[in-house]
Design a protein around this ligand. Structure first.
Ligand SMILES: Nc1nc2c(c(=O)[nH]1)N[C@H]1C(S)=C(S)[C@@H](COP(=O)(O)OP(=O)(O)OC[C@H]3O[C@@H](n4cnc5c(N)ncnc54)[C@H](O)[C@@H]3O)O[C@H]1N2
Ligand code: MOO
Length: 388
């Protein structure tokens, strides 16, 4: 058995980053920026008022001034403001030449074109200098997965389109005579395919383009037919048929199709059997069939591989740490990804950890990671976890 980190390194060695494409900003959220984007102008491009009030050259309690004009957002006051003068100004408007501060309108009494400053003025100046946020030439570095906050910044930088990595196309193949699609009528010995759908959702969240292929039956012909449908996929993921049983044929078929195949027994729980290789132009990952095993492998292996294909650094999903909220027993020889609940009191694993229990996985919001041979731990000990 190999450690999880080594299995992941072997997957990274098979992952070739994909090419680039240009997309409009409106379609860029969640995509991986491939080439740094550069601001085309200063923001703000002029000294701007941060408040509604009056722009003045100086201010003292009780002073009187004459209002000589107005500066609104989008329509500046053309002249300059001198001693004894004020320009009515609004938030976001260009500050006129000669002004050193904005007096809040709450601190002013107005009578016609005359204003009197109040007795208690704040320190001001309520002026945002040109380029306070960023200067022309400011760069949003690549690679990075674009967040909504990044999109807002790019828009302000006047960047209407960005160069991103192509979305990884992923073909998902479920294998097994016992499986039918959700909504179909199962025979007495059949169950409903589940983790294919879970993995599809996970892949979508990761910015990939997943496609569910027809279920492959446990025969060489059916499996071969399923692989033939993978078309131009960058990654093909099989689910099930990965173990040592008589009906576990994925390795044999992939080998016949020319895959330079590696089979790993990974020292993890759940998710021991894992296959990997390259098949034509695609990367292949064979996941175990047990539903929770497939989903856990999705989080631990597939997610970092999608990031690597998308041009992000090849690294495991970073672990976080929290105190235990309950005592737990010693761990065995495999790294255990325990379905767990994280609350403000800490983290605790569910009692039932069988790798078939999707109902338990559904209640979990974290995977508590136990290193191999981790001794028994008591409430309060800090442990590692992956958020779900
Ligand atoms: N003698 C041994 N038996 C098993 C071993 C072992 O080392 N020696 N490993 C066990 C472990 S651990 C796992 S995990 C499973 C993995 O087996 P397979 O990858 O071959 O998966 P299957 O046998 O095809 O299915 C297992 C289980 O999961 C259900 N399944 C499969 N695909 C789906 C799907 N897409 N949606 C929902 N459910 C699915 C399937 O019906 C089985 O119940 O092997 C152990 N055995
Ligand atoms: O490796 Mo299996 O995934 O423990 O059930």
């Amino acid at each position: 058995m190999i450690p999880v980190a080594e299995a992941l390194d072997r997957l990274f060695a098979l992952a070739r980053p994909l090419g680039h494409e240009t997309v409009p900003l409106a379609q860029a959220a969640g995509r991986v920026l491939a080439v740094a984007a550069t601001a085309r102008r200063d923001q703000p491009p002029f000294p701007a008022s941060a408040m509604d009030g009056y722009a003045v050259s100086d201010a003292a309690p009780g002073q009187q001034k004459t209002v000589i004009g107005e500066s609104a957002a989008g329509a500046r006051f053309a002249g300059a403001v001198g001693a004894g003068e004020a320009v009515r100004i609004f938030t976001g408007a260009p500050v006129p030449d000669g002004a050193t501060r904005i007096v809040l309108q709450e601190d002013v009494t107005r009578d016609g074109d005359r204003i009197t400053l109040g007795d208690a003025l704040d320190a001001g100046p309520h002026i945002r200098a040109a380029g306070t946020d960023f200067r022309a030439g400011h760069q949003l570095e690549a690679p990075r997965r674009l967040t909504p906050n990044d999109i807002a910044l790019l828009a302000a930088m006047n960047v209407p389109e960005v160069t991103v990595t192509r979305r990884p196309k992923v073909a998902l193949i479920s294998t097994g005579n016992e499986l039918v699609m959700p909504g179909d009528t199962p025979g007495p010995d059949q169950i409903i395919v589940s983790n294919t759908y879970g993995l599809q959702a996970l892949l979508r969240d990761l910015g990939a383009e997943p496609r569910i292929l027809p279920i492959a039956r446990d025969s060489l012909a059916s499996l071969t037919g399923a692989f033939a449908l993978m078309d131009d996929a960058d990654l093909v993921i099989t689910i099930g048929g990965a173990s040592v049983g008589d009906h576990d044929l994925v390795a044999e078929v992939a080998g016949t199709l020319g895959m330079d195949r590696a089979f790993h027994k990974v020292a993890m729980r759940p998710g021991k059997p894992l296959m990997s290789g390259r098949l034509g132009g695609a990367m292949m990952i064979g996941l175990p069939g047990n539903p929770v095993s497939a989903m856990v492998c999705g989080h631990v292996f597939v997610a970092p591989v999608i990031d690597a294909l998308s041009g992000l650094p090849a690294r495991p999903t970073p672990r976080r740490h929290a105190p235990l909220s309950a005592d737990i027993g010693a761990n065995g020889l495999r790294e255990h990804y325990m379905r767990a609940r994280l609350t403000e009191d800490g983290i605790a694993p569910f009692e039932r950890q069988d790798s078939s229990l999707l109902s338990v996985l559904g209640q979990a919001n974290a995977l508590l990671v136990r290193p191999p041979q981790d001794p028994a731990r008591t409430a309060g000990d800090r442990v590692a976890y992956l958020p779900l």
